[in-house]
Design a protein around this ligand. Structure first.
Ligand SMILES: Nc1nc2c(c(=O)[nH]1)N[C@H]1C(S)=C(S)[C@@H](COP(=O)(O)O)O[C@H]1N2
Ligand SMILES: [Mo]
Length: 478
């Protein structure tokens, strides 16, 4: 076989058929996904792959290389999509009907059968079209040219998609953007919704966009009267406003994936009492519109301050933060608290959580943390004369912060910080120490005690049980 055969011959042409048809169905599928929320095979492939490879070691590697922001997720999605493209372009070497059948099987494993069927049919249609004499059947120059243009167009489409994804990889992460609470947050103690950190298993484009009119909350499983609630029906239940801090399991020492808000909503216990709990029920399993799943022992779900949240600091939840409904579980990490929930199932078995399946914590209790917010770790030109104090936050979930200590001399000596009045038993503790520094370099550090127990000094990675370690950095003052 000569080089010419491979380049100009049948093989290359068939690969082009396969590539053009695949890119076309992938693009159409993406449109259907974004406009009508039709399940999208490459997205499901991404889900399955991250689940199979979701061992702590794999995630640790991704996080070491790319941090905890959107980059790791984008990278994993791009990888899954590349696999999808490469593997299925090869179907071009099969006859159209055989290729369509193979695609049907692959998609059938990933998405509901009707979606797989339509995908395979559209693919078959495009492949057949490419084989018709006018476009690709007879051996003439024009046919070659058409196919060349189609392939180039498909290539451009894929590169365009890759460029959009790369922009995310190099965009500053949410974590970096909010690594300190900021002076205003420290004064009020509350994080505005627009400044609250945002973490999602989905690429932003795939986050659910729900409308109150079409949405309802189903209560199913081991309950006496299964039923659905509209948002209006939930809002006429007795309302509670609970101030609570939420922190992500991925939050690094000194990181910004933590915020404090007043959550507005109705009591989960009250709702479950309305539908009647079957005595066999042991777990509450949540399902969300993005396929997120979590679970909580029933006893914990029946605690006082577990809320079905529809408002945040008096405003409706924004789309990105879970509109129309999310759950608040004080004392647990963010991953335990699904947004965009659509179903609450009572069961005798726990559902395996989305992140649990990928190697992260099952109970996800908040660990003791403390952070110096002022002077800010990232500030570049601070004047010693303008500094009057060191201040920050400490948080240990349902345990009480009993003491915070600060070191201003590289951990040689520790000063006890003043604790501001506690805002709520679920909220972070704001602390401060008076400080009038000289110009120069100062090594600052903080450590907190929860119920009298000192927080762990050793720096530990966020996986699988949230990070540990004292927040410490050098502040250069002029
Ligand atoms: N449906 C759904 N709920 C979810 C997630 C998600 O990806 N999908 N991520 C969880 C994680 S890991 C965290 S830390 C919090 C973050 O909520 P926020 O983005 O509103 O701050 O949401 C949790 N609930
Ligand atoms: Mo999280």
């Amino acid at each position: 076989m000569t080089k010419r055969f491979w380049l100009s011959g049948f093989w290359l042409e068939k690969a082009m058929h396969g590539f053009v048809a695949l890119v076309a169905v992938s693009a159409l599928g993406l449109v259907a996904r974004l406009v009508w929320e039709v399940p999208y095979p490459p997205q499901e492939l991404f889900n399955r792959l991250t689940q199979w490879m979701g061992t702590p070691a794999m995630f640790q590697l991704i996080h070491k290389l790319l941090g905890y922001g959107a980059a790791g997720k984008v990278f994993a999605f791009a990888g899954s999509f590349a696999l999808w493209l490469v593997a299925l372009t090869a179907l071009g070497w099969l006859r159209p009907w055989l290729a369509a059948l193979a695609l049907l099987v692959v998609c059938g494993l990933l998405v509901p059968v009707p979606v797989a069927l339509v995908t395979a049919l559209v693919y078959f249609g495009i492949r057949s079209l490419l084989e018709t004499p006018r476009i690709g059947g007879s051996a003439n120059l024009e046919r070659r040219r058409t196919l060349g243009w189609l392939s180039a167009g498909s290539g451009l489409l894929v590169s365009g998609g890759a460029a959009v994804l790369l922009r995310y990889v190099f965009a500053p992460s949410t974590e970096a953007a909010s690594s300190s609470a900021g002076a205003e947050t420290l004064l009020t103690g509350l994080t505005k919704q627009s400044e609250f950190y945002s973490i999602s298993k989905n690429l932003e484009a795939f986050d659910p966009k729900l409308t109150a009119a079409k949405w309802s909350l189903k209560i199913t499983g081991l309950v006496k009267n299964p039923r659905s609630y509209t948002l209006t029906e939930l809002k006429v239940q007795p309302q509670h406003n609970i101030e609570a801090t939420m922190v992500c399991i991925s939050n690094a020492v000194g990181g910004g994936l933590i915020g404090n808000a007043i959550w507005n909503g109705s009591s989960l216990r009250r709702l479950l009492e309305q539908v009647g709990i079957d005595p066999k029920a042991r777990f509450v399993n949540w399902r969300a519109a993005d396929g997120y799943i979590e679970s909580l022992p029933l006893a914990a779900a029946l605690e006082d301050d577990v809320l079905l949240v529809h408002g945040w600091n008096g405003q409706p939840l924004s789309q990105k933060h879970g509109f129309p409904l999310r759950v608040l579980i004080p004392g647990r990490l963010g991953m335990k608290q699904p947004r965009w929930i659509t179903e609450i199932e009572l069961s005798d078995k726990p559902a395996v959580g989305y992140w649990v399946e990928r190697g992260w914590s099952k109970d996800a209790f908040v660990q003791t943390m403390s952070r110096i917010d002022a002077p800010s770790e990232s500030a570049v030109s601070l004047k010693a004369s303008e500094i009057k104090e060191v201040s920050g936050i400490a948080f240990a979930g349902e345990r009480t912060i009993t003491k915070v200590e600060v070191s201003l001399d590289g951990s040689k000596s520790w000063l006890e910080a003043q604790l501001l009045p506690r805002r709520s038993k679920h909220a972070w503790q704001i602390w401060r120490v008076a400080w009038q520094p000289q110009a120069g370099s100062h090594q600052l550090a903080v450590r907190a005690y929860a119920d009298g127990v000192l927080q762990t000094e050793a720096i530990r990675d966020a996986l699988p049980e949230a990070s540990s370690g004292w927040h410490s950095f050098i502040s250069n003052l002029s």
